[in-house]
Design a protein around this ligand. Structure first.
Ligand SMILES: [Zn+2]
Ligand SMILES: [Zn+2]
Length: 308
């Protein structure tokens, strides 16, 4: 009885973030009337071909707030209705360039409907209805944009993959000592993984092209500098960096971030994060321009203390 009285009923007043997923299929075309056909082709590649092409988009809407007396941040049927009314109902099976005036590039204020421009426009169309904390829009499973309501700033993630072998062992210590540290991963002939890499860049969306940076140049950079170099290699032997550095998931992620940081800067964006997934069970994330917060560090220190 006492505990019921001291706790708010059904979590009322406590904070929570909820997400809702919604899908729509739309077509678009990247074409700016002030550019020549050659310039459009060189800027946007196949995306400039008329009459356009389509994607099955997936939108993840995150909303935050205090729980009401029913134990909910928001009534989900209201959320569904808002998203359908303001976004998916208007965009599904439509040509994005025509459907919303924001994407009318015959108007000087118009912006091309790229993933990052689309997620930003969706934010502005939903923000008065829903207490948004973030939006994620997948153009396909390997390309998505995140937006947090900060003016023109958006995050764009490209996912790619490579297959490689490695062995986790330090040259300077014995096999038994390596086994104690790295377990089965220290076995002498190595083993392999199909690595998944998420490369997240941050930048301001260009008010005309709708892009944080040239997407095909970004994809070429990742392909040339990472995938082509690492795919089907034995990392310890084939990649010079790993001659003296144990190729753990953490070190591979760091290596990728060190290689990509400058070329991505040259493309006009900032490398924000590398996530390397080694298997369904483990992944490493490098936040390139951020330090771990003190509270996270404290958690690590505490967990180390309790383990010993
Ligand atoms: Zn497209
Ligand atoms: Zn491994």
């Amino acid at each position: 009885m006492t505990s019921t009285q001291s706790k708010p009923l059904h979590g009322k007043g406590r904070e929570c973030v909820i997400t809702r997923r919604a899908c729509f299929s739309s077509s678009h075309r990247y074409w700016l009337p002030e550019k020549s056909p050659e310039e459009n082709l060189s800027l946007f590649g196949k995306c400039s071909i008329a009459p356009g092409h389509g994607h099955n988009y997936e939108l993840i809407v995150s909303m935050g707030g205090e729980l009401d007396s029913d134990g909910m941040v928001l009534n989900l049927s209201d959320v569904k209705h808002s998203i359908k009314d303001k976004v998916t109902g208007q965009l599904d099976f439509r040509f994005l360039n025509d459907v919303w005036p924001e994407f009318n590039v015959d108007n000087q204020e118009g912006i091309l409907p790229t993933t990052e421009a689309l997620v930003q426009v969706i934010w502005h169309r939903l923000k008065d209805d829903l207490p948004l904390t973030s939006l994620r829009l997948y153009e396909n499973p390997n390309l998505w944009a995140d937006y947090f309501g900060k003016n023109m700033e958006a995050f764009l993630t490209v996912q790619t993959h490579f297959a490689a072998a490695h062995r986790l062992a330090k040259e300077e210590i014995s096999f038994d000592e390596n086994k104690k540290i790295y377990g089965k991963c220290a076995r002498v002939n190595g083993h392999g993984h199909n690595y998944l890499v998420d490369i997240t860049v941050k930048g301001d969306i260009d008010k005309r092209t709708g892009m944080v940076c040239d997407l095909s140049a970004l994809q070429d950079t990742i392909n040339d500098l990472i995938v082509e170099q690492l795919d089907h290699t034995f990392l310890n032997k084939d990649i010079e960096f790993f001659h003296n550095c144990v190729p753990t998931a953490e070190n591979i992620a760091l290596y990728i971030s060190d290689i990509l940081k400058k070329p991505i800067h040259q493309l006009g964006a900032t490398l924000h994060k590398i996530r390397l997934q080694e298997s369904p069970n483990n992944a490493a994330e490098i936040y390139v321009d951020q330090k771990l917060t003190n509270s996270l560090k404290l958690k690590f220190e505490n967990s180390l203390v309790t383990q010993t």
